[in-house]
Design a protein around this ligand. Structure first.
Ligand code: HEC
Ligand code: HEC
Ligand code: HEC
Length: 156
């Protein structure tokens, strides 16, 4: 279960300002500030559930991840019906994995992996570019997140 501190709307507006965002409207909702345990949809999980430190990511805009959020309603989970709600990789009529990108993105594992690992890798890539410029610079390398399997799924 989620072990979180929950904060309410007033604090949320403050967070918006840290992210450099001015809120168009006030939204009443509880925002998990601690670690969210991301559970697989699959009937039998191959890997240990992922502990996701939510607030560590609040330097980004909320919509970076909650990409369909309209800023007016409350934010709902990633596997809400019609979103990333497929427990298995969708197959085409020939029984092979579907090549339909929209359908593939509904497979929860693809959605999480491309978002989480995709961003961590992009940060690392930027850091490598910075290191490769060889121009003396005071600019610090940016902190990044895990990209290896067992870093996110701690044991087999
Ligand atoms: C940045 C974190 C992250 C990394 C790195 C990562 N995963 Fe995941 N993975 C997730 C999340 C989040 C989910 C969806 C929630 C869940 O299943 O716990 C997931 C789901 C899965 C699932 C489907 C659920 C299950 O347990 O059967 C598998 C399989 C999986 N990952 C394997 C891997 C493998 C193999 C690697 C390394 C190549 C890897 N993951 C790397 C975050 C990560
Ligand atoms: C780096 C990605 C990321 C960022 C940035 C992010 N979140 Fe989240 N948030 C998540 C994930 C993943 C979940 C878990 C969703 C689930 O369990 O399906 C979540 C869950 C939530 C939930 C609970 C939703 C539910 O299932 O009931 C709320 C509310 C929320 N976030 C609000 C925010 C707000 C407000 C911001 C901006 C200050 C924000 N999030 C920024 C990834 C992010
Ligand atoms: C838009 C970019 C972005 C996305 C999306 C993102 N992360 Fe991260 N993540 C980061 C950055 C940057 C850090 C380093 C933050 C820091 O240490 O200040 C980080 C750090 C982490 C850490 C290490 C935290 C620590 O305290 O050392 C974990 C674990 C993590 N992310 C998991 C995830 C998972 C799981 C997801 C998907 C649900 C995800 N991240 C999505 C950018 C992202």
């Amino acid at each position: 279960m989620r072990k979180n501190l929950w904060i309410a709307a007033a604090a949320l507006i403050g967070l918006g300002l840290i992210g450099g965002t001015v809120w168009a409207a006030e939204v009443e909702m509880c925002v998990p500030m601690g670690t969210i345990t991301l559970e697989p949809l699959s009937a039998e999980a191959k890997r240990v559930s992922v502990e996701f430190p939510h607030a560590v990511h609040f330097g980004y805009s909320c919509q970076q991840c909650h990409h369909t959020w309209d800023r007016e309603s409350t934010i709902s989970g990633c596997s809400t019906q019609g979103c990333h709600d497929l427990a298995e990789l969708p197959k085409g009529e020939d029984g092979r994995p579907s090549k339909d990108a929209a359908l593939q993105a509904r497979y929860f594992k693809n959605a999480y992996h491309s978002m989480c690992i995709g961003c961590h890798k992009a940060v690392n890539q930027e850091n490598r570019k910075l290191q490769a410029t060889r121009i003396p610079t005071d600019q610090k390398l940016a902190a990044s997140g895990p990209t290896g399997c067992i870093q996110c799924h701690p044991t087999e």
